[in-house]
Ligand binder design. Structure first.
Ligand SMILES: [Zn+2]
Ligand SMILES: [Zn+2]
Length: 408
């Protein structure tokens, strides 16, 4: 970015900071379960129940049961049986309406969500979708993914990551009639944010902010539990390089819960595993005092002499906590001394938590783990990615030609 572009960028950021953006997202809930019947009650506020074109009275203390029956959906309430329909929607009558939903068949734990609920039928089961304001969804995801009692700056960081991921993947399930699912396939969203008020404040503080790379594209904001002191290159794990997912040294996570691990494997077992994967290791090749395979800095391959085995394959095959390990013989075993937990790419959660406790801001944390990125509001991003002809160009601003337009 040249100087003029930087001024223009700052102008857009200030402009965008004065406006808010309300956006909703359709998230399929109980997406991993085949649900035949659910019971719904209001938890806060009030709702209308719209079944096809009929409006059903739904009082604050009312209960409705929605069941899949052949190719339709039936509704029962305390008033009795209401008939069968194709589509049902619970529409929030005010801003703070929240409903409680409990699957009755199968019998599953109840959950609480904000805003609207849509129910249709798919393969004789209920397709249940929460149409929810984006920031409520983000708070629910952060609570599910990041847990409780963390520092506010960590929650702000995690909010940015979850929001960036959601917007980057908004069309993931579009062909199935919703946008995101509530499971690890997308982001875990097993409830609205209920217990941790710091998370709600963190999402409000960072409302609308996302992380982009230098081409103004939303980043793939990957994270993991602990990098072991050095994050991994994305190409070493997923085969595709990304400018912002490059290995960085991380001193913040070196004395945390998941910093170290150890696994012992009998010598013969490890030798035969290596042999199956093309490495013949005779007993005379094994050093006694020094590591067979040292890894002071992250490597992509396990090799002794000649071609190696991808460390990500060894991690998967042997169910290891990370690929960041050394191997040394100890009596009848090989000892794998490892560091960190997870794939190691992007943000290291334990390092980020430590940075937050030490007084670093969420901007510092994001920039430490995602190199050459920019934190930007979605509204400012829309300016950048809008067609050049429709962009309002402020007086005396830079003269952007199509070839220089960010995002191309
Ligand atoms: Zn999904
Ligand atoms: Zn780390």
């Amino acid at each position: 970015m040249n100087r003029k572009q930087t001024y223009y960028f700052i102008f857009l950021l200030i402009l965008s900071a004065t406006t808010t953006l309300s956006q909703t997202v359709n998230v399929r809930i109980f997406s991993k379960k085949d649900i035949k019947s659910i019971v719904v009650t209001t938890y806060e506020g009030e709702y209308d129940v719209i079944a096809d074109t009929t409006v059903i009275h739904f009082d604050i203390n009312d209960i409705i049961q929605v069941t899949s029956e052949l190719d339709k959906i039936s509704i029962r309430s305390l008033d009795g049986y209401h008939g069968i329909f194709n589509k049902i929607k619970l529409v929030a009558k005010n801003d703070k309406s929240t409903f409680k939903i409990k699957p009755a068949e199968p019998d599953l734990k109840a959950r609480i969500y904000d805003d609207d609920l849509m129910i249709t039928l798919r393969d004789k089961h209920l397709l249940i979708v929460n149409e929810v304001e984006l920031e409520s969804y983000i708070a629910g995801v952060v609570e599910s993914e990041a847990g409780y009692k963390a520092h506010p700056e960590f929650y702000k960081t995690q909010s940015l990551i979850c929001r960036t991921w959601a917007l980057h993947n908004f069309d993931k399930h579009l062909a199935e009639g919703f946008q995101l699912c509530d499971d690890v396939h997308c982001q875990v969203y097993f409830n609205k944010c209920l217990k941790e008020h710091t998370i709600i404040n963190a999402t409000k503080f960072t409302e609308g902010l996302v992380i982009v790379d230098t081409t103004m594209a939303l980043i793939t904001a990957t994270f993991h539990s602990n990098c072991g002191g050095q994050t991994a290159n994305s190409e070493d794990v997923w085969g595709r390089p990304r400018s912002y997912l490059q290995s960085v040294s991380d001193t913040f996570c070196r004395n945390e819960k998941n910093s170290f691990w150890e696994k012992r494997i009998p010598v013969a077992t490890f030798q035969s595993y290596l042999q199956e994967n093309g490495i013949v290791l005779s007993n005379t090749d094994i050093p006694n005092d020094t590591p067979l395979f040292p890894q002071a800095y992250r490597k992509a391959f396990f090799n002794i002499n000649g071609p190696g085995i991808p460390l990500k394959k060894i991690r998967a095959d042997l169910k290891l906590r990370s690929t960041f390990f050394s191997v040394q013989k100890d009596n009848n075993d090989f000892v794998l001394k490892g560091r960190g937990f997870g794939h190691g790419v992007g943000l290291c959660q334990e390092g980020a938590m430590k940075m937050a406790k030490m007084g670093f801001s969420y901007e510092d944390i994001v920039k430490h783990y995602y190199k050459n990125t920019i934190i930007i509001s979605m509204r400012a991003l829309n300016f950048f990615t809008a067609p050049i002809t429709s962009m309002p160009v402020p007086k005396d601003s830079l003269n952007v030609t199509p070839s220089e337009k960010p995002g191309e």
